[in-house]
Design a protein around this ligand. Structure first.
Ligand SMILES: Cc1ncc(COP(=O)(O)O)c(C=O)c1O
Length: 422
């Protein structure tokens, strides 16, 4: 097999529906009617897991039914075109070729596979930032422990806009890192890191560049060509509104050509060509595994198609705008401290509340039908140290939430912090 990343997947699925034109307003009532969860909860935990749509549920339950009635392998054969369609849909979302996309069971799994492809030697440097995802940082520390890799953190810009790109570029020149790694939107705040600016320096210096886009895919427009990354990871379950247990890895054609392959490659990712030899396949399928949940992949594919139909540009306009409205309403409430930095934060609204412990505050929101989540110091050691906070509440709306819901959540927080029982 060659390196043709347009793959068989490119022709396997019927044409996707055209995305909504950027100027057309979203039909929120129709989008909510597609979302069973909207009837029962105000879901402001899309950064945890977005509410799945009816088409996602349908794709998964249909496939489970097919497996139960015809057999798991036979069902996979019957849906081969739809399975290949996963790669086509994700590729369109990211502005990539289908053969550069690999399915994964989670963003962390995709990230670990990507790291395993790098032939780290003692003294090699990983250059990263102070606002990175905790599991990524733990993986770098594990590489340090096992292989003697150095982990270097670029400083933040004093204006609070995220990493200081000029300082990071200077470190690229002085350290010649084996890997540059950045998280587009960290889990612990709405900060949007300048991943495309970092990427321009990586391309100029020909450095391997890995981006964690787990919180940005599905709420912001993510274009791998614009970012200039070699590797990019994301999940299906957050702002893409796919099922739990789904994610993906993008591997650039440049990285595929250079021969990057995961350390533990299986008979799906490689051919066992002779007793003492194997050959990786030419596409990013070399990062996949033979066994996976077909129903979950098909649910994730349905979620990506849904996102494309809604229109990534329209989503990227509405979602952060709802979060901005929420911040505006929360700003100035007694005891509330908003924590999100950067000129244009994403839809992760983080705050601390004086006089409350983390769990009781979240439980009070739960009791009032508002889903939220908590972040603690161990999720964001540098960020929370800088902000001098031990925990934060995270409220993460999505495009299918309404302005009325935003106002209701803000009013509920206001009543709680004023000591009332809403
Ligand atoms: C920024 C970021 N990266 C990676 C992950 C990990 O995703 P997964 O749980 O799918 O491995 C998360 C999950 O919250 C995240 O917020």
């Amino acid at each position: 097999m060659g390196n043709d990343t347009s793959g068989p997947a490119a022709n396997a699925e019927p044409l996707l529906p055209e995305p909504a034109t950027p100027s057309s307003p979203l039909d929120i009532a129709a989008l909510r009617a597609d979302t069973p969860g909207c009837e029962s909860v105000i879901h402001f935990n899309n950064a945890g897991a977005g509410l799945m749509t009816r088409p996602v549920l349908q794709a998964m339950t249909d496939h489970l039914h097919l497996e139960a009635t015809t057999g798991g392998y036979e069902a996979a054969d019957a849906r081969a075109a739809e399975v290949a369609g996963f790669h086509t849909a994700v590729a369109r979302l990211l502005n990539a070729a289908p053969g550069t996309i690999a399915f994964a069971g989670s963003a962390t799994h995709a990230y670990a596979k990507a790291l395993s492809a790098i032939d780290f030697r003692p003294g090699d440097t990983v250059l990263t930032t102070r606002n990175d995802y905790a599991s990524n940082q733990i993986a770098f520390l594990s590489l340090r422990r096992r292989f003697g890799v150095r982990v270097v953190h670029a400083p933040d810009h004093p204006d609070g806009s995220g990493v200081d790109v000029a300082a990071m570029a200077a470190l690229m020149r002085s350290e010649r890192p084996r890997l540059v790694a950045a998280t587009h939107v960290p889990t612990s705040s709405g900060l949007v890191q300048p991943v495309a600016e970092i990427g321009r320096h990586c391309r100029e210096l020909d450095l391997l560049y890995l981006v964690d886009a787990c919180q940005s895919v599905g709420q912001l427009e993510v274009d791998v060509e614009e970012i200039g990354c070699d590797l990019l990871t994301a999940t299906g379950r957050k702002f893409l509104r796919g099922p739990r247990g789904s994610g993906f890895l993008y591997v650039s054609e440049r990285a595929l050509r250079a021969g990057y392959e995961p350390l533990f490659i299986d008979l799906h990712g490689a051919r066992w060509t002779a007793p003492g030899e194997y050959r990786p396949v030419g596409t990013a399928a070399r990062f996949e595994e033979w066994e996976f949940s077909y129903a979950t992949l098909l649910g994730c594919a349905a979620a990506v198609r849904y996102a494309l139909r809604v229109g990534p540009a329209a989503v990227a306009r509405r979602t952060p705008a709802l979060a901005a409205r929420l911040r505006e309403r929360l700003d100035g409430l007694p005891g509330v401290r908003l924590l999100d930095g950067g000129p244009a934060p994403a839809a992760l609204v983080t705050l601390t509340v004086a006089g409350w412990q983390a769990e009781p505050f979240k439980a009070a929101l739960d009791a009032r039908g508002v889903n939220s989540s908590l972040n603690f110091r161990e999720y964001a050691q540098f960020d929370f140290e800088d902000k001098d906070v031990a925990w934060c509440l995270r409220l993460s709306p999505h495009y299918y939430n309404t302005e009325d819901e935003v106002d209701e959540v803000a009013d509920t927080v206001a009543r709680l912090v004023r000591g009332g029982r809403a």
